[in-house]
Write a protein that binds this ligand. Structure first.
Ligand SMILES: [Zn+2]
Length: 457
């Protein structure tokens, strides 16, 4: 038996009455040059915090410093020690300067949060006020880690250089193998063609190059045929056709390496498919509400028909195959356009503004905590001023971003967003548009709860 695991009753009692706090500071080799991140500074702030908030007599505090270790994985000597200590139930509280000291990888962060929760370890981060005991707190952590991860990917110059070098040597450096390929079992750095899947890839490129399909309709067709039991979507199709690897070129961090992997399509076919998939002309003939318009009375999907007037202008109609009633596309559009515009705006508000507002709220909360702490003389004036200043700057920048985003979103409409996005939003939010030709109403049914009847003229 490992002697570490023997806990004598005396020690156990002592352990229970004392709060066991561990401060963890980490710096990578790259960060050593940067200000504010060095180990001494992190340790100083953690100690200051412990002095402020805990009673010396009741705690057992130790500091763990990790030097020259990157946050990309948890395979760091001292981090491993901490994990073992937690699993032995030896830690009550972990204090860090900011979250990315622990990890910059979302999966690792989730692993750690689970571990903390399993062993009742409280996590305190000085920079981000978080409470990992609530779902909202864990959500904040995920958001912050995502941003850190993104920053790491963008500024990790050295890593990029390494990856480029590896690509230059013919190594397929991405972790995900593109559809239509598999890794060479004898040489994992190379891709081989999966002939069955390659047929689908060629079909996608060919049908777009021939203009028999759009990304949206080919996705629908593949879904219908249940090809490889995948939930084919237009965004997935676009992902495929944008990938240059299909004509053998590996594009990696802004550089292109020709003849890198075996080609599934020719460069000419690749270019034709990409040109057509995004050409305005191609999309003009698309019916805006294809597959979405129903005849309310007959419960039938309406078919698309178009007529060209002597003036040369084209009119697009939806016709019920059962009763023959029809409606002009423009009429549908004008009756539901306000709803569609709101849908676009709400989507963007949710996507772009909501997370900013949550952050702003959090900063305000933090400032209130600081004010309280200062008024009650729990924190020093210097610390108060420094932290207030940091928070005020961050908040000001956030408010400006929110204002910017909101004014940009206010101008968006369903018809001015680009074609790809319009297709995606339709797919995401609109289930059907049911037309009652007698009452002259359109029933707009959206995903889950959304439903509205609109009179058209
Ligand atoms: Zn009908």
């Amino acid at each position: 038996m490992n002697s570490d695991e023997i806990v004598s009753p005396d020690n156990k009692n002592a352990g229970q009455s004392m709060l066991r706090i561990v401060g963890y500071a980490r710096e990578s080799t790259r960060e050593q040059a940067e200000d504010g991140f060095n180990l001494d500074e992190q340790e100083r702030r953690i100690k200051e915090y412990v002095n402020l908030y805990y009673d010396d007599a009741n705690i057992n505090f130790s500091m763990i410093r990790e030097e020259g270790a990157s946050a990309k994985s948890l395979q760091r000597p001292r981090m491993k020690e901490i994990i073992i200590q937690i699993q032995k139930g030896e830690i009550d509280i972990i204090i860090i300067h900011n979250l990315d000291r622990l990890t910059r990888n979302l999966n690792d962060m989730q692993t750690l949060l689970q571990l903390f929760s399993d062993y009742n370890v409280e996590l305190v981060s000085l920079k981000e006020s978080i409470d990992t005991n609530t779902a909202q707190g864990r959500f904040f952590v995920s958001t912050i880690v995502l941003i850190a991860q993104w920053e790491e990917e963008t500024i990790g110059d050295r890593t990029v250089r390494g990856k480029k070098e590896s690509a230059r040597q013919g190594n397929y450096a991405k972790s995900r193998v593109p559809f239509g390929y598999y890794r060479d079992p004898n040489d994992k750095r190379h891709l081989l063609i999966d002939e069955e899947k390659a047929k689908i890839v060629r079909r996608i490129f060919q049908s777009l190059a021939d203009r028999t399909h759009t990304p949206y309709t080919i996705a629908k067709e593949l879904r219908k045929e249940n090809v490889y039991e995948r939930q084919w979507k237009d965004s997935g199709i676009e992902h495929i056709i944008k990938n240059r690897i299909y004509y053998g070129t590996f594009a990696w961090y802004g550089e292109e390496f020709d003849n890198h992997q075996p080609a599934i399509v020719s460069k000419e076919l690749w270019e034709a498919a990409n040109k057509n998939a995004y050409s305005k002309e191609f999309h003009r003939h698309n019916y805006l509400f294809k597959g979405l318009v129903y005849c309310e009375k007959c419960s039938q999907i309406c078919e698309q028909k178009s007529t060209t007037k002597p003036s040369g202008s084209e009119y697009q109609y939806y016709v019920c195959p059962n009763c023959g009633a029809y409606i002009n596309e423009k009429k549908i559009l004008s009756s539901i356009v306000i709803d569609l515009n709101n849908l676009v705006k709400n989507h963007h508000l949710y996507l772009e503004v909501r997370s900013l507002k949550i952050k702003e709220q959090r900063i305000r909360g933090e400032m209130n905590t600081l004010i309280n702490g200062y008024v009650r003389q729990r924190i020093s004036k210097d610390y108060y001023l420094e932290m207030m200043n940091i928070n005020a700057c961050e908040r000001k920048a956030l408010l400006a971003r929110i204002k910017n985003a909101e004014s940009h979103i206010r101008k968006m409409t369903f018809m001015t967003i680009d074609d790809e996005e319009r297709e995606r939003l339709k797919e995401k939010y609109i289930d059907k548009i049911s037309i009652d030709f007698e009452e002259k109403t359109a029933l707009l049914k959206g995903s889950e709860t959304y439903e509205r009847i609109i009179k058209y003229v």
